[in-house]
Ligand binder design. Sequence first.
Ligand SMILES: NC(=O)c1ccc[n+]([C@@H]2O[C@H](COP(=O)([O-])OP(=O)(O)OC[C@H]3O[C@@H](n4cnc5c(N)ncnc54)[C@H](OP(=O)(O)O)[C@@H]3O)[C@@H](O)[C@H]2O)c1
Length: 243
Amino acid sequence: MKITVIGAGNMGGALIKGWVKAGMMTDLTITAHTQQTLDCFAQTFPCITPMLDNSKAVQGADVVVLAVKPWLVEQVIGEILPELRDALLISVAAGARHERIDVYAMPNIAAEFGESMTFIEEAPKAAVAAELFGKVGQCKIVPQRLMGAGMMMAGCGIAYVMRFLRAMMEGGVEMGFYPNEAKEIGMQTMQGAVSLLRETGLHPEAAIDKVTTPGGITIKGLNELDHAAFNSAVIRCLKAGLK
Ligand SMILES: NC(=O)c1ccc[n+]([C@@H]2O[C@H](COP(=O)([O-])OP(=O)(O)OC[C@H]3O[C@@H](n4cnc5c(N)ncnc54)[C@H](OP(=O)(O)O)[C@@H]3O)[C@@H](O)[C@H]2O)c1
């Protein structure tokens, strides 16, 4: 199978690196606007074929993944259309629609480490795309009306989780840890919290009860979050991109 990724940026790069790391025995080609971007790939991933010519890159491809900025989608499809033939065309570009696109997907950059949370819009060929994105993380096929919500929670969600971690670091530094120590403490605590939920299947509030002694210090911190409208801030943050 030949897969061509158009756009070797944050998202396209993460996907193709994730597929290489997943050991996919596939012919992988990637394109970019500049040779400089391609050179970085060629050095680290010699098994990937880098190309500047989009049209040439899709020749003979079974799957083409469009990972350019949304405003370039129309132009790039125009370039590759004559060579696309019956290739499965998947777009990860947020909000850009085109009649030739077979599947709309919304992964996140953790694909590079096999940890993407990818949303795929219901379509006749969605299952084929899901198999592909399933190699670089978890995948969910959803109706079109949930794609925006998926993008906010998982695509943009990475940034929101980083902000929470940054806040933890700043608190940790104020209390006496060096930034790197505070980062490690925050990351391990997050990982522990995720493992706890995964292993036990608990609802987050039930897990909170396990950490919270009546009259103790955890509830003091939780109530401070409530006074600062933390819940509401997170909900508003997630809904902001849907307006
Ligand atoms: N970043 C995310 O977390 C994320 C998550 C989900 C979806 N997406 C979607 O992924 C798409 C790309 O976002 P990004 O963050 O990866 O952007 P980015 O880092 O700016 O990457 C865009 C890439 O496209 C290349 N490019 C520009 N014009 C091109 C052309 N005409 N032909 C081929 N390649 C071209 C650029 O090449 P040069 O490097 O040479 O300039 C660059 O490597 C967007 O539509 C976005 O909505 C992103």
